[in-house]
Ligand binder design. Sequence first.
Ligand SMILES: *Cc1c(COP(=O)(O)O)cnc(C)c1O
Length: 362
Amino acid sequence: MTKTKIKSLRPTYAEIDLKAFGHNIEQAREKAGTDIIAIVKADGYGHGAMKLAAYAYEKHRVKKFGVATILEGMILREYLGSEPMIFILGYVDGDFFDDVLEYNLVLTMVDEKFASAFNRFLGKMNRTAYVSVKIDTGMNRLGFSPEMPFSDFLAKYENLRPIHVMSHLSSSDSDVDYSNEQIRIFDTYIVNNGITCNTSLFNSSGVSGFNNKFSLVRPGLMLYGYLYGENNVTLRKVMSIHSKVVHVKQIRKGESISYNRRFFAQADMTYGVVPIGYADGYQRSFSNVSHMLVNGVKCPVVGSVCMDMTMIDLSGVDTNSEMHVEILGENITADMWADWAGTISYEMLCGISDRIPRIYLG
Ligand SMILES: *Cc1c(COP(=O)(O)O)cnc(C)c1O
C-alpha cells in the first residue's frame, strides 16, 4: 500500500520519526560516555522494533540490542542478520534453548536454577554459550546475590561464558539515594571480583540522572523521546498519531453522547467522531478527560471512548475545512496520556496497538 493510501486507510496512523530516534541514540551515548545496548522490547515500546533496530544498526552503528522474550529475539535476528548481539532480558523456557543457539541469542542468567538448566543443556549439546549474568543489587526481581563470588559462577557453570555482567536500578527516576546505593553495591561487586567483561547498570533515567561508571548502558524509553527524573538531556519524540474527523454531528442542550450516557450537552453543540478507540490503545479511562487538537484547536473528548471511535467537542473549529487531528505528538505527549490514565508513559506507548499503521519517516 502506498503511504497516501495508508494515511487514508481509517484514517488514523502513526508517524515514526527515524531521525529523532537517531538523535536520541546519540544523546544517550553522549550522556553515558559509552556505547549502548538499545532496548527494543515490546516492539520497540510500540514504535516498531524491526524498523528502528535496522535504522540504529545501519545509520548509527548500534550493534547491541535488548529484548524481553525469545520470540522478540528470534524475529530481530532474522531481520538484522547475524552481526548484532541480541540480549534476551527476561525468562526463556528450556524448550527454547535450542533456538537460543540457532539464533545466537545471549541469555540472562538470573538464578542458580536457570543457569544450571542452561549449563546442563549446553553440556549435552557439547557446546558453550555467551551469557549475561544478572546481579540483584536492590530491584529484588531477578539476579544472583552480590554475595555470590563470581569465581563460583565460573567454576559451577563450565559451559557458560559471561560476556556481560549487569544489574538493574529500581528507582532511577524517583530515589537518588537508593540508586546511589545500588551503584555502590554493583561497582563494589565488579571491582572485588575483578570482572573484566562488559558491565551495565543504567536504564534511561540512570543514564540521564547519574554518572556512568560501567562499560555499557541499557536505555529504552529515552530512545523514543521520553524520560522521567531530573535531567538536562534534549530528546526528540519519535511517535506521533494523526487522524481526521470523519463525521460531524450536532446535538441539543440536554442530549447525551456515547455509551452509558456519561456526557450531557450543556448547550446546543457541534461535535465529531474520530476513528481511534481503546482497541488502538486510546484508553477508555480517557473518557470525558482527555483532549485532541483539531487544526490546532483544543477539543475535549466527550463521553465514553469506544473500542474503535472517540467523540470530541468541535466548538471553535471550522468544520467546513479539512480537519486534521493530532492525537499524540509535540503538543499532546505520552506523559499527558499517562496523567489522564493514572499511569506512566511506558505503558501508554507500548499499548498503542498494531491496528494503527506505522509510517516511517527519514
Ligand atoms: C526495560 C529494561 C531497560 C530499559 O529501561 P528504560 O527505563 O526504558 O530505559 C533496561 N534494562 C532492563 C533489564 C530492562 O528490563
